[in-house]
Design a protein around this ligand. Sequence first.
Ligand code: MBD
Ligand code: FE
Length: 280
Amino acid sequence: TRTEFDAKAAESGAGATAAFRNKQKGALEVPAERVSAMARDALEAIHEVIRKHQMTYEEYDALKAWLISIGEDGEWPLFLDVWVEHVVEDVNTSHRSGSKGSIEGPYYVPNSPELPPDGAIPMREDEPGTPLTWNGQVTSTDGTPLAGATVELWHADSNGFYSQYAPGLPEWNLRGTFVTDEQGRFSIRTVQPAPYQIPTDGACGKLIAAAGWHAWRPAHLHVKVSAPGHELLTAQLYFPGDEHNDDDIASAVKPELILDPQADGRGGATVDYGFVLDPV
Ligand code: MBD
Ligand code: FE
């Protein structure tokens, strides 16, 4: 039987592509002037790169072959989320006065099991990794506690694999939706994720190898926090001292998103971190 360590880029890519298509409700009608303006500027930016670097025909054909392979490997979601999404996130959340957010990435799955405010995320009986207890409160920007808010949490395991995108893991492993109590509070038990290397055996990995970059993201927790009448907050939280906090391949770390966990004296850690949501 296959385990998470047999994960293949083309499989997780196909999964991420299918999940994205599922979430897209239909074609968006963007006005022609806006399509034209953005498409023209994007193409002119590419033309400028070709002129600036005097791209050869051989390099153009290598680029063409590589672009074709992104689709064949199902890695358009991965490519876009790693190298483009952080700017979209920035442009669309800069008006907020509540908590800072970060990119969603390719491995979110909606409708994870709903859990009480105080509980453990679904995990294997022998789930490896340092236990982490996370206490927090969800409030509005005016300080009002938000009871019944949801904190959707998903993250890689301590080997760096996500359930539903690597073989051998239980369907909802390390994925759960916590509902806050009357004071807007939650207390979540999970395990610390490992630093994460994006798949190296697909098209994105080929670019990274060809450019001499690295494939690492720092260890991170993903969340989506929502409450009626408030903007959805998508964020990631990081751990202090991770060597990739300063050179995340996905450019998704912000200082406000780094946790301050404390050893709990029992081999695990406790952390306090809450969320402030902007009213719509
Ligand atoms: C991830 O786990 C991730 O969060 C992002 C943004 C890109 C690739 C893998
Ligand atoms: Fe991730």
